[in-house]
Design a protein around this ligand. Structure first.
Ligand code: KG4
Ligand code: ZN
Length: 340
């Protein structure tokens, strides 16, 4: 009898400010997931500084990969393929991961699989939810992206809506900065909103046609409110501003997602990306899906923000589909997600 061999993928992610490596077995089993975050470094500047990010990735990447192999109790000899994020993201940061992946693939004569970062975020949902299978809809909300995606099959995507300006996470970060909460703002707004009144201030809910989003108007309305208070010498309650801002964001995300769920008639809906760990968003989506009899999925917080396990999962399905990249694989900062 021929035994089915396990497929072990070493995955690398370096598109923004986390240097990450993971070993994933058979697509859904995370054997290790190592993340070296640069947040404390970028905090000093109020956001990610691309040049610093690239330099830090170079310093950390070998260590992170060694640790991922060690924690998975494996070596490169047991790895079947190398998966790496090659876009979208910061070009200098992406290049570090891509060059590393190419070097390992060349040295060990392993297949190389370039993965789209958003495909990784979506695939993070597969790790903890064996019952989630395409077709389904996924809302990807992170610091760089707000995409409503139709997952038609493993590795086959159609973007049905996207932000026209700021990403949801970007709006969280900018509002948090204006309130004086620091970077990254999302988790801080999440936390202080719990003590605030979400009806205290009525911020405009951004309305776009179809499934597109826009958050820059809402962000400006919050900044205007804060500046107005300051100019009048009035104080404002940061927790009320945070809660009212969050209410507007969450309402729009839920409304559009549910409209799409109904139109496309899917039975499963998932959220992904850093903002998917937001407690108010999760609760609101959970309720909206329950009313409609739709199964709702979200990853644990560690798989919401950038990590390499999600790249290993996406890489596995690409591996099965026969995706292979050559050693000419390049970083593509504005890489489009799409049909294979
Ligand atoms: O997915 P991610 O790590 O990076 C990108 O690919 O962009 O997302 C980071 C973003 C940041 O904007 C951060 O403020 C936001 O996710 N975020 C949150 C929460 N945790 C992280 N936003 C709202 N609520 C949270 N709990
Ligand atoms: Zn991301």
């Amino acid at each position: 009898m021929i035994e089915k061999k396990d497929i072990n993928i070493l995955a690398i992610e370096s598109s923004c400010d986390e240097t990450a490596a993971a070993v994933v077995r058979n697509g859904r089993e995370v054997r290790s997931n190592v993340i070296s975050s640069q947040i404390d470094l970028h905090k000093l500047y109020g956001g990610v500084v691309p040049e610093i990010a690239s330099r830090k990735h170079i310093e950390k990447i070998n260590q992170v990969i060694e640790q991922a192999l060690e924690e998975a109790e494996t070596t490169l000899d047991d790895i079947d393929a190398i998966a790496v994020t090659y876009g979208p993201g910061l070009v200098g940061a992406l290049l570090v991961g891509v060059a590393e992946a190419k070097a390992i693939a060349f040295a060990k004569q392993l297949p190389l699989i370039g993965v789209h970062h958003i495909e990784g975020h979506i695939s993070a949902n597969y790790i903890e939810h064996p019952s989630l299978k395409p077709p389904f809809l996924c809302l990807v909300v992170s610091g760089g992206h707000t995409h409503l995606v139709r997952v038609k099959e493993y590795g086959k995507y159609e973007i049905i809506g996207r932000t026209r300006d700021d990403a949801a996470g970007e709006a969280y970060d900018k509002v948090a900065r204006a309130i004086g909460l620091g970077y990254p703002g999302g988790p801080k707004i999440d936390r202080i909103s719990k003590e605030g009144n979400s009806d205290a201030i009525v911020f405009p809910k951004p309305h776009m046609e179809n499934y597109d989003f826009s958050f820059s108007g809402l962000k400006s309305a919050v900044l205007n409110y804060i500046n107005g208070c300051k100019m009048k010498g009035e104080s404002f309650a940061p927790e009320d501003v945070a809660a009212s801002f969050q209410k507007a964001v969450v309402e729009v995300l839920v409304e559009k997602s549910m409209k799409a769920v109904e139109e496309y008639g899917v039975k499963q809906f998932a959220i992904a990306g850093g903002v998917a760990s937001n407690t108010t968003l999760r609760k609101a989506m959970e309720e909206a899906c329950k009313v409609r009899g739709i199964e709702f999925f979200y990853p644990s917080p560690i798989y919401c923000t950038d990590n390499a396990a999600m790249i290993g999962v996406a890489g596995y399905y690409e591996y099965l589909a026969g995706t292979r990249h050559g050693l000419d694989l390049n970083a593509i900062p504005n890489l489009k997600i799409g049909e294979r």
